[in-house]
Structure formats: structure tokens, C-alpha cells
Design a protein around this ligand. Sequence first.
Ligand code: MN
Ligand code: MG
Length: 651
Amino acid sequence: MPITLSRRGFLASTAGFIALHPFSATAAANQAHLRIMETTDLHVHVFPYDYYADKPRDTIGLARTASIIKDIRDEATNSMLIDNGDFLQGNPMGDYIAYERGMKEGDMHPVIIAMNTLGFDATTLGNHEFNYGLDFLMKTLAGADFPVVSANIAKDMGSDPTKDTTLVKPYVIMDRTVTDGAGESHDIKIGLIGFVPPQIMNWDRRHLEGKVMTRDIVDTAKAYVPQMKEEGADIIIALSHSGIGAAEHSDGMENASVPLARVDGIDAILTGHHHRVFPSKKYDGIDTVDTAAGTINGKPAAMGGFWGSHLGLIDLMLERSGNEWKIVSHGSEARPISRRNEDRSITPLVESQQNVLDSVQADHDATLAYVRRAVGKTDAPLHSYFALVADDPSVQIVSIAQSWYIAEMMKGTEYEGLPILSAAAPFKAGGRGGPEYFTDVPKGDVAIKNVSDLYLYPNTARAVLVTGAQVKGWLERSAGIFNQIKPGMADQVLLNPDFPSYNFDVIDGVSYQIDLSQPSMFDPKGNLVDENANRIVNLTYNGAPIDPAAKFIIATNNYRASGGGKFPGTGDTIIFEGPDTNRDVIVRYIVQEGTISPKADANWTFAPLPGTSVLFDTGPKAAGYAADVKGVNIEPAGDGPDGFARFRIQL
Ligand code: MN
Ligand code: MG
């Protein structure tokens, strides 16, 4: 097969990467080249704009991905554009529509407007489509000019999946015409079937219980695919809103794309949910996954990142023999809209498509107004100036929201009723970030854009199951941020500058003191250096000393739960992987509560060391709050270096 360089290949190489593969070649007379384009996990990102930071961002936005779509359509004889789910929730535009404007009968949702503008051929439902409830979802879908398929969500279950009354169409078989290499048109039937993680029943229990049920992804596929073949589907593409995980099928698995690829009759797999890119080295080492060939179980697969960061692309060379089409060769890739340079700067690789921007301009403007105005109130200032030396409202609000969320998620599980603690750390706490690098939201109105100040990272919520002994170990790890202090000496330096504040977890739901006279159990990297060290004293739960054998749930984030910072009780203790970001959890909490009262309750303090004092540096704006800090005796001690202000604590 001759290889010619396509126009896109040229553009792509000038943009810093090479996209050369056999599909730049012309199809033969009995062959048709079909390009399947995929967006996934858009999460309402149409504009290249970060609404939390309230500034443009070159790494995101369907309006940008649209330029790659346009390029491919311009050069391809035959193409389809498919979205793989999680389009409805996940940024303030989504929240604005759901919480403020609402969806009345006949209203159009901006992400659907943008998708209609781009002429999507189909989408499937991701787990986040259910975050605002079924009524909201169905009103949104009513505006789509394209079919929505999902096979494993049923309003009524039958004796097998094909007998279910599904929430939306389980699959569609699209009658299409493709042009072959000789310019002749031929009919082809393209089957599209969609799948969602069955875990939506847990994640959105309050919206779904009693209304829908879910089935296992692979079992559902096995039931429907033969029926699609009988109905004449020439090729079948799975819209798998499910990640690339274990090779072996297990009942109800969340990330089922690998065993799904083994289902006979499925020809290609669009994946998502993981917010990653396929093909990419991220997925090296999984049985039957070939990241060089872009295949799972030998079948072409793609995952187009998230928030419009990439366009997933599967190329199929179809060959006609008699009345049948078969795939004779294939390729897959994921094309980025931006490039991260070595100095971490971002270079956009494409421009926005103006018609896509225009289509949702009014909703974009309304969202900007929404993130800038109050959506709730706080009756205490939310600042982190003293977050490393005392229980603190900016950390407290994160813990409160996390506990609230995890308590809901544990309902109906075997863990319901276990005590729930919450771990949170101050992300913005000066240090190398400088004297302005603190969370500082004054008492009064809270706007959505403030939430990014409260929760800096796009982490997702997790719960771990730990023992009382591990709770203590977790706190010993945190307490490594402090230098060892000599009793009876004045003005000793309190904080170890090599210990990042994001590893200073405070655990809410227990009470404890930190004895600074003792050595640390861990070094700043989390290596155990003194297993008999004992900084955490008077650790109590419900007023009684903690039982080392008792079980506790700790609400935290994916970074910590998966072992980030090497905390005792993490790594292999995860019992719940939430689909929601901690930031979303905080927004929901504020919207629900209206007024939040993030009162620090001084559940942790330094153990008294009479005649001893320590110094630490914080932002100069801290001065106005020093008198309000509970559980610790803070006084100004002049200027610190580099614009910091110095304070003294009498232990
Ligand atoms: Mn997603
Ligand atoms: Mg998802």
C-alpha cells in the first residue's frame, strides 16, 4: 500500500509531532477509509477557559478540539464524530445550568448546543451525566440532534439484557454511505453501543435508587452484539465510558474496556472515564493492550484525554467482499490541542473554531457572572495563615465537605455506620510559594471562583479503611513538618522548610496533641526513621483514647489514598474511589448549605512545653487574624525574610 503524506500529516509535523500512517493513503477501489473521531470526558468544557481561575486556558475546550475535527473532515472521505460521555458536569458552566438557570422543558444545554453545532453522530452516557438527576438529564438529552446510546442502564430489567427497558437506546445501527477508493458510494450499517460504569448506582444513589438499575458491561455487550449483527450491523463500535483496566473480567467492574474488547463482534473501542490518552505509554504493561499498535485485544481503540484536550482517532480501512465489509487494517492515535514544553509552558497547537464559541457565548458570559458572584456565605473568614500551627477554617471546610460526601457514599455499603474521619492539608501555605501564597477568603460572600482557592488541585475523592493505629501513624507522618524542639529554650525555628504543606494532613473527627519535644517518626519524604518516636499524644475518638484495633474510614483524595506522601494506612486500603473531584464536593456542600460555618474547633494543638517558644513565618496579612486563633498563643515577632511576617508561639 503506498503511503502519501496527507495535508494533516504536514500540519501535524509542523506542530511538533509526526502523524504518519497508512491511512493517509488512498483506499483501493473496493476499499473505504473510515475515520472515527472521539471526544470524551468533555465535562462541559466548550470554551478554552478555566472558570475557577477565571482565565483562559490553552489545554482545554471543545472549541479547540473542533479545529482538529475540521482538519480531519476536510481531508477524510468518510468520517464519524462520536462523544464518549461525561459531557454534562464537571465545570462551573455545568453547575451554573444545574444550580442556577435550570433546565425547563425545551431548554437547550450549552454543551448540547456545541455538540449540535459540530454535528456529532452519537454519544453515550458517562457516570457524571447522572450527577444532577434523571429529570435534568432527560431534558438535556431532548435537545440533542444525535442519538444517545447506553445499553447497561435499565428502567426495568428483563430476564436478560436484551429484554430490559433501557433508559435510552441501548444501541443504534446507522445507515451510512461510504465512498470507496474509486469514488463509488456504498451503503454500510454502523452499529454503536454504549456502556457506563455500573457504579453509578452507588455514586448517584440519591438520584437513581428505585428509578434505574445497571448491569455488568461485558455481560450486556455479549447479549446485545449478536442481536446487532442479526440486524445487519457491518461493523460495531463500542462507546465504552469505562477505563482500560484489568485484563480479566470480574462482575460489575468499573474499568472494563479490556475484557469488553474480547467480546466477539465488537470491532473497535472508544474508551474514556480515566481522563487519559490512548494510545499512550500510560497503558504499557497491561495484558492484551498494545500501546504501539493502539489496540486492545488486537482491536483498535482510542481515548481522547479529557476536557477536549485531545481528539481520539481510529482509522479503519474497510474492504468490501460481496455484501460484507471487513476491516483489513487499522490505526489509532490521540491528537492533542496543546503541547507542554520542557519549561512547563503551554503552546496551543490549534485555534478555537469561532462558530463553536459563538454557539455558547451567551452561556459562557452567564457562567462568568456566576463564578464571580456569591453562591453562598461563610460566617468565618477562610484563610490559611495559621494552618500549619493551629486548627484552621480553610482546612476545616474541606474536611467537613469530604466527611459529608463520604457519609453519603457509604450508605448501603458494608461500611455504613463505621466512624468517618477526614484528612485535609493546607495547599496554599506560604513556603516556597511566597508571602502572598495563602488562601484568604474574607467572611461574607463566597463565590465559585473562591473554591479553587480552598482546593487547589483537581484531586478526586477517596475513602480508605484504616485502624486506630494507622490513624496515629498518619498523624505521626504529618507531624514530621515540625523541627524537634528543646524544652525550656526560646525562639526555636518551628517548621522544616523541606516538608511541603500539602503533606501536612490534619485529621478531623479525632482530637490530638503534637509533642514537639519528641523526634519525628518519619523524614520529610515519608521514610520511617524512628519507629518508637511518639509525637502524637492524647489521641482520642469520642472523648476516649483511640483503640489501635478499631476501624475507621478516612475521607481523603486520590493522591493520598493511593500512597502519595507514603502515609501509614494508605496505598492498599482504598474502599471507595469517588468519581467526583474534592472541589466539586465543596461546591455542592456550599450550594446545599447556603451559609457555611467552618469553625476551627481546635481538635489538634501543640502539647504544652512550659518556658519554650518557637518562631514561624507566614503572610503579613496574618496579623489581622492572629488574635482569633484558638488553642495556641501567637504573638507578632517582627519581619521574616522575603516579605514574610514572623510570629512567636509560647508553647
Ligand atoms: Mn470524566
Ligand atoms: Mg467518568
